[in-house]
Every structure is written in structure tokens, then in C-alpha cells.
Design a protein around this ligand. Structure first.
Ligand SMILES: Nc1nc2c(c(=O)[nH]1)N[C@H]1C(S)=C(S)[C@@H](COP(=O)(O)OP(=O)(O)OC[C@H]3O[C@@H](n4cnc5c(=O)[nH]c(N)nc54)[C@H](O)[C@@H]3O)O[C@H]1N2
Ligand SMILES: Nc1nc2c(c(=O)[nH]1)N[C@H]1C(S)=C(S)[C@@H](COP(=O)(O)OP(=O)(O)OC[C@H]3O[C@@H](n4cnc5c(=O)[nH]c(N)nc54)[C@H](O)[C@@H]3O)O[C@H]1N2
Ligand SMILES: [Mo]
Length: 777
């Protein structure tokens, strides 16, 4: 493998931003061209062929860009434009070499943008920054593990250390990582899910007894109506558009609920079909509800109310009485509660007209099989848990759980975030799981709950956490209140990042810091016992193997499994009866333990080798069994509350552009929204602009307003007049995390409220703006 130098990293200035018209359709030929071109340029023909054609194939690797499932019949090009970007980003032959660390101090790297950091290429050797120094320097693996182990063993309590996980980690690595952390003695296992679908887990857990999707991939094709809420599949789950197209061809209706007119929800041109290449493509949404931010709970209540009223008018014809009788509890209370629903408040909260809501209710009542999908637009709201419970209420009314073509389908983000949870990455795993660990490994795991992502920052700020270790991710950029989070991180005594590429979390560190470079999913994983595969779980609970395909980018990389195994050996001596070395040599030995510890994973080694893997059992989906305290699916009563926006203010959501993967910035365009060469933009409805006395193209400072009085501001943002719902603005994450107070979290899940920030726009003091890094704003 020949090393390539990083390209000259050019970054546009704020003056370069070009704004065109938003697109009304997604994918199509430009999607394919956009996906192939960078790969061919950066990886060369051979590496591109080996990676792109192996993606999502049964003997290939699982795409790391999102958790969208694979159909059982796969096309040769079973990837999307953004999956190709993710592969290109990881499988690039560009590497960071030893001289980089002398050339660049940590303070220098801190001034760089996420884009620049990512462009430096793959990390290839462990590096260490001793206390009091401003440079990382290469260190041998053995030494790195000793430094970390000595630090961990010097702490007054294991609870002074915290172990973060991002959702790309494989099941095997996740399982032994949580095992190591619990054997060490803490449940401090926060993960990206705390900032992502945590609201889903709680809402579904409390109502259906399982925090996961109740459908399989094939249900999309069988559905009559699919309601897509708070989700932008054209960018974040592009292969979902193929499933939606299939559903439409089978006669399904689709309703989109979103404050923004997202291209992928309007029309889709399938690049793999003739009509997608030369024709108009497929209309996706039959009805598009441009709801206000945070209005979904009110909308779901209003639709449920109409369903109940229709039943009242024609008894015995609307509700699925038998299903409710056999499987549900709490309908009486729900009915009584919704009887008093205030329609004025619904209109105010949703910004929708009564006729629009009536139309949705009529579609829902007409359909026999309904799927509701959702993502961050719902989970990252103050009332996210309650809003999702209202989705479940609506589905239960007509028995839309546990029958073909119907169900609740949260669409996960990271490609294995769901599997990581199944494997025990959670700061509050239930006693049954901890008992199984105790039985299998002969040590008593800690029982007290650990810290989630937001609590982690709070405890760092208090000084009660001293060591931070991250299995992937970029917590300091991903979490809310960037400046608060950075100050907290800098109080640490030690930070350790297990990563593929540089990011901001390597530059905002404790006294001592280490970076441990790891193999990516595209790369061949050779161990003593031969070439290893790993396994992952997608958003519809299908578990399958993932085989690396290309040569590792450097000889000195370790797999995540090897890193955890060696770290555990260095730290724990014989504290637990675990053959850590065996794990590293042969991942089957890990899977044997998974079979005995993780519910639903019995015979894991055998079932993972079946063609296409296997689907985890799911009570609601398979047999209408609900593991709630009553054994029934629960209707719930949720008090409607919508956050009022004071006059002269807007509510802002933070979201993803088409050229990023979370905190990783691939480029500066957001093709579907018409933005080129820049990310520092704020999208505002033209009528709101007129009212505020602002104009498209003007530069503004975006101030967030919060009771604590702390100044939170993004300076010099370009205003883009955009057809968003009235009163609802948008700006890109992660930059906009500067605006979100750490204390602003969803009720019941502690997820940062990333989609509802009250802001004030003020004309910028001058027209010059610093480039991309959040710290420089
Ligand atoms: N290419 C690419 N793919 C990705 C990612 C990526 O960054 N890039 N990230 C991955 C991850 S970790 C995740 S979690 C998913 C995220 O996938 P999404 O949830 O689609 O991500 P966001 O960009 O946050 O988009 C949120 C959508 O919800 C809408 N929305 C915001 N607030 C509300 C609201 O109050 N109500 C309603 N109804 N809608 C609202 C927004 O307008 C936007 O369309 O994608 C995954 N896939
Ligand atoms: N304001 C705002 N904040 C948000 C969100 C939002 O919508 N708005 N979304 C939230 C959501 S949904 C999520 S999921 C979080 C994401 O939070 P994280 O998961 O912490 O962030 P990522 O940007 O996905 O992490 C990227 C880094 O992971 C490392 N990496 C990549 N591949 C691998 C691998 O194979 N192994 C290892 N060990 N490391 C790897 C690379 O170093 C890369 O820089 O952000 C949350 N924050
Ligand atoms: Mo996510």
C-alpha cells in the first residue's frame, strides 16, 4: 500500500457561499456520478472496485454510513451516494505520518476545522501527549496500554473513569468493551445513542416493552400508508428511497411530516432504473405536512382524536377492538384525555390547517396497514419521548403493531448503534443482563447506573470524572454547548481516543492524551486464528456479518477487538475469569459468550453464518407479545405542552447537510438545499425575514436565549431565505452546538434538545467570518 500525501485543503470563505434553488427530487444519475467520482480520484480504480462492489453484499462489509437494512435481493450497486462518501473517507490511502506530530502542536490542531482534520488521512500509529506538553508523539502500543492501565488503576474509584462509544463499533468489540468496563468496575458507558434515539428507546420500552423497530424490511412493500416524521432520508438514509419507491409501486400512500420541504421526500429518481434516469422519477409524498418544530405530539394527538371520533360516529368500524381487547391497556384514559384536546392549541403548535390534519386522519383510517417511521426531528425535542408515545397510541388504535405491512419504525443513525445497545453498551443495562454477565464470567458487575453523555460532561465540569476513553466518535463536537463541553474536557487528567481519523476530540484533551488508531470496517482483519469478520445489527433487528475487503492502510493498526483485549489485559490482571487473549485471536470465542449472555443471540456463531445472517426475535412484531409490567401494550396519556416562542424570536433546529456524516465534514455543499461552498448559513422563512427586517444574503449573529444568561452565539452567518415552516429556522450541526445549553434536554431521555433552540438574529457587526471550526466562532 503506497502512502499518499494529504491533498491541499482548500476551504471556502464565508463570502464564497453560493445559494441556488432547493431541489425537488433526490438521487438519480447525479447521485451515482457524485458517488463514484471522489472514490475513483482518491482511492484509485482497484481500491474503489474492492470497496464499493463489496458494500452491503452478503460476503462483503456492512456500509458504515447508516443503519438502513439490506433487502434480501441485492443489486450489484447496493450503496448510495453518501455510503460511497463514507467508504471513500475511511478507505483513503492518505495517512498521517510521524512527522505530522512534530509539525503540528495540539494548540495548532485546535485551530483547524473538522474538515481539515479529516482530510489529513488515516491515523496509523499510537501517539501520546504527556502532561504539560503541547505535542503528541509516537509511542509503542505496549507502552500506550501501560500508561492507560496505570492511570486507571491509580484512580480512587472506577467511577472516576468514563468510557464512551460511538455507534460504528461492531458487536464483538462492543461486547468485550462493556465487559472490560464492567470488570474494571463502572457502568459509566455513555454512547452516541444518548444524543440520538434515546427518546425512542424510552417511549417504545414503556409502551411496547421493546425499544426497537417492530417491522422487517419486507413490510415496506406490504404497507398501505407510510408516515415519515422528522427524518430526511434523501441525505441520511438514501437507500430508504428505493424501499419507498417499491411501496408506492405497490399502491402505498406516503405522508411526510417535516418543517422543511426535503427533496428526497418529494420525488425520487432511482439511478438503477430507466425511468429514474430519463423520466420524472417517483413522486414520494402524497401529502406533505410542513409542521412547526416540536409540533408532532400535538399532531399525533389530533389524529388519534379524529380516529376516536370516527369510531364514536360509527361504532365498531374504526378501532381494532379485538386487538385492543386482547393486547392493550389504557384506552379509557386516553379517550378521556383526548376528549378535551384544544384544537386551537393544536393549530398553534403544528402550524397546520385543520383540513390538513383531517386529511391525514382520513388516510390513516382508510389504510389497513400503516407504518410510521421517525428519526431526529422527533427524538431531539424536549417532548420527544411523549411525541413518540403518541405515535404508538395512534398505531395501537387500529392494531397497526404486529401485523404484516404495519408497525413502528425508528430509523437509526449509526450503522451499529442498535447492535451496540444489544451488546450491553448502556449506562443503565437491566439487572437480567448484569446477572447473565455475573453467571458467565464469575464477577459481580457494578449495579449503580452510570453517566450518560450529558451527565458525562456535567461530571467532567464538576471534576468528578478524571479519565475519558472513547471507542470512536467525537463527543466534544457532537454534544451540546460546545464551549461548556470543551472547558469540561480540558479539566480531565487523561483522554484516550480510539479512532480512525483525526477530529476535534483529539485536540480538546486532558493533561495527558492518547490516540489509538484502529482498523476500519472496510479493512481485512487478520489475527492469529486467521481472517476475522465482525457482526452488526441494522435498524430492523437483522444481524449479519461484515468482512473487511481491502488491505489495512498501515501495518501498525490494531482492530478494536485487539485494542480492548490488550487494554483489559494491561488493566485487570486476573480480576475476571476472562480469556482476553483468546478473544483477540479468534472472534468466535467472543460470539460464544454472546450466545450465552445476550438474549436472542443463542447459537450466535452458527446463525451469523447463515446466508444473510438472522433476525432477532421481537415480541410485538412476531407474536404481539409485550414485555411491559402488565404484559400489555400501553396506551399513554401525555399532557400536551408546546414551547412558546417569544415575539421577534425564531426556533432553530440543527441538522445535517448532504456532505457530512455527523461531525465528519466531507465537503461544503448541501446539494438538495441549493447550498454550495459554505456551511455557515441560517435558513429562515422569507415571511419571517420580512417581519424581522432582515434580508436574504445578509450576515447575522445568531444568539441563543437561555435563562442562565450565558452568551451563546454564532457570528457572521449568512441568511438564506428558505421555504421552512413559519417561525422555524435551521442551521448545520455540529457548528450550531455552540447554541444549545447543556441543560436543555428531552424529558425522560436526557437527550440534548438539538431541534428546538430559541434564537434571536441580529445583523452581524462586520461581514468577515472565521472558517469552519466551532471553537473559533
Ligand atoms: N449521509 C449521512 N447519513 C447519516 C448521517 C449523516 O450525518 N450523514 N447521520 C446518521 C445518524 S447518527 C443519524 S441519527 C441519522 C439522522 O437522520 P435524520 O434524523 O434524517 O437527520 P437530521 O439531519 O438531523 O434531520 C432531521 C430531519 O427532521 C426534520 N425535523 C426537525 N425537527 C422536526 C420536528 O420537530 N418535527 C418534524 N416532523 N420534523 C423535524 C428536519 O427538517 C430534518 O428533515 O442519519 C444517519 N445517516
Ligand atoms: N446539534 C446537534 N448535535 C447532535 C446531533 C444533531 O442532530 N444536532 N445529532 C446527534 C447524533 S444523532 C449522534 S449519533 C451524535 C454523533 O456523535 P459521534 O458518534 O460521537 O460522532 P461521529 O461524528 O459519528 O464520530 C466520528 C468519528 O468517529 C471515528 N471513527 C470513524 N469510524 C470509526 C471506526 O470504525 N472505529 C473507531 N473506533 N472510530 C471510528 C472517527 O475518528 C470520526 O472522526 O451526534 C449528536 N449531536
Ligand atoms: Mo445518530
Amino acid at each position: 500500500m503506497t502512502r499518499k500525501n494529504p491533498p491541499d485543503v482548500e476551504e471556502p470563505s464565508q463570502q464564497d457561499i453560493e445559494v441556488g434553488k432547493p431541489k425537488s427530487w433526490a438521487a438519480g444519475i447525479p447521485g451515482v456520478v457524485h458517488s463514484m467520482a471522489p472514490a475513483l480520484r482518491d482511492m484509485g480504480v482497484n481500491r474503489s472496485r474492492k470497496t464499493l462492489l463489496a458494500m452491503n453484499q452478503k460476503d462483503g462489509f456492512d456500509c458504515m454510513s447508516c443503519a438502513w437494512p439490506d433487502p434480501s435481493h441485492r443489486s450489484t450497486f447496493e450503496f448510495c451516494e453518501n455510503g460511497a462518501k463514507a467508504v471513500n473517507w475511511e478507505a483513503t490511502p492518505v495517512t498521517v505520518d510521524s512527522s505530522f506530530w512534530t509539525e503540528h502542536s495540539v494548540s495548532d490542531l485546535r485551530q483547524r476545522s473538522e474538515y481539515w482534520l479529516g482530510q489529513q488521512g488515516r491515523l496509523t500509529e499510537p501517539v501520546y501527549k504527556p502532561a504539560g506538553e503541547d505535542h503528541y508523539r509516537p509511542v509503542r502500543w505496549g507502552k500506550a496500554f501501560t500508561i492507560i492501565a496505570e492511570k486507571l488503576n491509580s484512580l480512587a474509584s472506577p467511577d472516576e473513569a468514563v468510557f464512551y462509544t460511538s455507534g460504528r463499533t461492531s458487536n464483538e468489540a462492543a461486547f468485550i468493551y462493556q465487559l472490560f468496563v464492567r470488570a474494571y468496575g463502572t457502568n459509566n458507558l455513555p454512547d452516541c445513542s444518548n444524543m440520538c434515539h434515546e427518546s425512542t428507546g424510552w417511549a417504545m420500552g414503556q409502551t411496547l416493552g421493546i425499544g426497537k423497530s417492530t417491522i422487517t424490511y419486507d413490510d415496506f412493500a406490504k404497507s398501505d400508508l407510510i408516515i415519515i416524521m422528522g427524518q430526511n432520508p434523501g441525505t441520511n438514509h438514501p437507500r430508504m428511497l428505493t424501499a419507498l419507491e417499491g411501496a408506492k409501486n405497490n399502491g402505498a400512500e406516503i405522508v411526510a411530516v417535516n418543517p422543511l420541504p426535503e427533496a428526497g421526500l418529494i420525488r425520487y429518481k432511482n439511478p438503477q432504473e430507466v425511468k429514474g434516469v430519463i423520466g420524472r422519477g417517483t413522486e414520494i409524498a402524497d401529502q406533505y405536512l410542513q409542521i412547526r418544530l416540536g409540533g408532532d405530539m400535538a399532531l399525533m394527538q389530533a389524529v388519534s382524536k379524529r380516529v376516536l371520533d370516527a369510531e364514536e360516529a360509527n361504532p365498531g368500524t374504526v378501532l381494532d377492538a379485538r386487538f385492543i381487547q386482547e393486547h392493550c391497556e389504557g384506552l379509557k384514559e386516553l379517550k378521556a384525555h383526548l376528549a378535551n384536546l384544544d384544537e386551537d392549541e393544536v393549530r398553534e403548535a403544528t402550524g397546520l390547517r385543520t383540513e390538513e390534519i383531517d386529511e391525514l386522519a382520513a388516510r390513516y383510517i382508510k389504510a389497513q396497514k400503516v407504518i410510521i417511521t421517525w428519526a431526529m426531528g422527533l427524538t431531539q425535542q424536549k417532548k420527544g419521548v411523549a411525541a413518540i408515545k403518541e405515535i404508538i397510541n395512534l398505531l395501537l388504535l387500529r392494531g397497526n403493531i404486529g401485523k404484516p405491512g404495519a408497525g413502528a419504525c425508528p430509523i437509526r443513525g449509526h450503522s451499529n448503534v442498535q447492535g451496540d445497545r444489544t451488546m450491553g453498551i448502556w449506562e443503565q443495562m437491566p439487572p437480567a443482563f448484569l446477572d447473565a454477565i455475573e453467571k458467565e464470567f464469575g464477577f459481580d458487575p457494578p449495579r449503580a447506573h452510570g453517566a450518560d453523555a450529558v451527565q458525562t460532561i456535567e461530571k467532567m465540569r464538576e471534576g468528578t470524572l478524571k479519565v475519558f476513553l472513547a471507542m470512536g466518535g467525537n463527543l466534544v463536537a457532537a454534544v451540546s454547548d460546545t464551549h461548556v463541553a470543551e472547558a469540561a474536557m480540558e479539566k480531565l487528567e487523561m483522554s484516550v481516543q480510539i479512532s480512525t481519523k483525526l477530529n476535534r476530540s483529539h485536540t480538546v484533551v486532558g493533561d495527558e492524551a492518547l490516540i489509538l488508531p484502529t482498523l476500519g470496517r472496510t479493512e481485512i482483519d487478520r489475527q492469529e486464528g486467521g481472517i476475522q469478520f465482525v457482526s452488526v445489527e441494522d435498524t430492523v433487528c437483522a444481524v449479519h456479518p461484515s468482512w473487511g475487503k481491502v488491505e489495512p492502510v498501515g501495518p501498525n493498526l490494531l482492530s478494536e477487538v485487539a485494542i480492548v483485549s490488550r487494554l483489559a489485559r494491561a488493566t485487570l490482571s486476573d480480576k475476571a475469569n476472562v480469556d482476553w487473549e483468546g478473544f483477540e485471536n479468534d472472534y468466535d470465542t467472543i460470539r460464544d459468550h454472546i450466545s450465552r449472555v445476550v438474549e436472542g443471540c443463542e447459537d450466535y456463531n452458527q446463525r451469523i453464518r447463515q446466508e444473510g445472517g438472522f433476525v432477532l426475535a421481537n415480541g410485538p412484531r412476531d407474536s404481539r407479545t409485550f414485555h411491559t409490567p402488565t404484559g400489555k401494550a400501553m396506551f399513554t396519556v401525555n399532557e400536551l405542552e408546546h414551547v412558546q416562542c417569544p415575539p421577534g424570536r425564531l426556533v432553530l433546529q440543527t441538522l445535517r447537510s448532504h456532505d457530512q456524516f455527523n461531525t465528519t465534514i466531507y465537503g461544503h455543499n448541501d446539494r438538495y438545499r441549493g447550498i454550495k461552498k459554505g456551511r455557515h448559513v441560517v435558513f429562515v422563512n422569507p415571511e419571517d425575514l420580512a417581519e424581522l427586517g432582515l434580508a436574504d444574503g445578509q450576515f447575522v449573529d445568531v444568539h441563543s436565549e437561555h435563562a442562565d444568561g450565558r452568551e451563546r452565539v454564532l457570528r457572521g452567518y449568512r441568511v438564506v431565505a428558505y421555504p421552512s415552516a413559519r417561525g422555524c429556522a435551521a442551521a448545520y450541526y455540529p457548528e450550531a452546538n455552540v447554541l444549545i445549553p447543556l441543560e436543555s434536554v428531552a424529558e425522560g431521555s436526557n437527550t440534548p434538545v438539538s431541534k428546538h433552540v430559541v434564537v434571536r438574529l441580529e445583523p452581524a457587526r462586520d461581514n468577515t467570518v472565521p472558517t469552519a471550526s466551532p471553537a473559533t466562532t
